[in-house]
Design a protein. Structure first.
Length: 283
């Protein structure tokens, strides 16, 4: 019996930690699987997926820049993928005439990671920096937790306003608004999420100090061996700083559960991943 075949697809993909995470989950729940990294050319997503299905692939995680294409390729979608119009998880049929199913587990990954760290969302004031694919994926799951207010701030404010309009029907009693990244109202937030890739190039968005107080959590979706510039900014102003490693593990756990029907324990895998990143940085 050959183990079932899974993969993560992206461009670039070399840095991806998804194989490590999924193999650790599989060991934990006692199932055998093969989990690969697939690099696809920017205009070659569909072809790469077709070749993978041809080889017997049963599921795929999808990362930058293919999440919108993954959504379009699928024939059936979870409600949260439909809401985001983007997918990070695909489920392939055993025979060719069944539909391809798409899900988006990024948002629930973030919400579960915040819960893991005991960070409250309900009735809190939230600020999210960036209006790209990641923000699109997490908006509805965050709004479901009924924050008091959620502000989307983006370099190009039109994209923030667009998201606010698109998600207004999911806002309930939450005050949902958009603004330019350089024009955030100077008041304190409970949770500030950096959903821009700025930290990857050690850039810090222009943020007023007044946003952070001692009860503020600054959360960077980026992660690495050391705290990011954004986390350092939050911590140096008295806030609590978290990175996106837990979000990565939690979104993977959700995909894993969808594929295999078994929920893994994320705590030991968080440790394993933290250690692997530390070791890689020392090499
Ligand atoms: P996108 O390219 O779709 O969007 C990027 C957003 O960030 C845009 O709103 C863009 O603004 C803004 N931006 C880009 N560079 C800068 C900068 N230097 N300063 C200020 N704003 C900037 O990316 P994604 O939304 O897909 O991903 C965002 C980040 O989140 C990435 O670092 C990604 O790795 C991370 N991520 C982490 C996950 C995890 O599990 N931990 C899951 C998903 C994403 P504009 O519109 O003006 O161009």
């Amino acid at each position: 019996n050959t183990p079932a075949l899974y993969a993560v697809i992206g461009n670039p993909i070399e840095h991806s930690r998804s194989p490590l995470i999924h193999r650790a989950f599989a060991r934990q729940v006692g199932i055998e699987l093969t989990y690969e990294k697939i690099w696809a050319p920017i205009d070659g997503f569909e072809e790469a997926v077709a070749a993978f299905i041809e080889r017997g692939g049963r599921g795929m995680n999808v990362t930058v820049p293919f999440k919108l294409e993954a959504f379009d390729l699928a024939t059936t979608h979870s409600e949260r993928a439909q809401r985001a119009l983007a997918a990070n998880t695909l489920v392939f049929p055993e025979s060719g005439d069944e539909p391809i199913y798409a899900d988006n587990t990024d948002g629930v990954g973030l919400v579960n990671d915040l819960a893991f760290h005991g960070v409250e969302i309900t009735r809190r004031r939230l600020l999210i920096l960036g209006a790209g694919g990641a923000t699109r994926g997490v908006l509805a799951p965050l709004l479901q937790q009924a924050p008091q207010e959620l502000v989307v701030a983006n370099r190009n404010p039109e994209r923030a306003y667009g998201l606010v309009e698109e998600f207004s029907d999911a806002a309930g009693d939450c005050l949902l608004s958009g603004c330019p990244l350089a024009g955030i109202e100077e008041s304190r937030f409970d949770l500030i999420i950096n959903a821009t890739p700025a930290s990857l190039t050690a850039q810090l968005p222009p943020l007023p100090d007044a946003l952070v107080g001692s009860g503020t959590v600054t959360y960077d979706m980026a992660y690495g061996a050391k705290p990011t510039v954004f986390m350092e900014w939050g911590a140096s102003r008295g806030g609590r700083a978290l990175d996106g490693l837990g979000m990565l593990v939690e979104q993977a756990a959700e995909s894993f559960t969808l594929w295999h029907g078994k929920r893994p324990d994320t705590a030991p895998v968080r440790e394993l991943l933290r250690e692997a990143i530390r070791a890689a940085a020392e090499r």
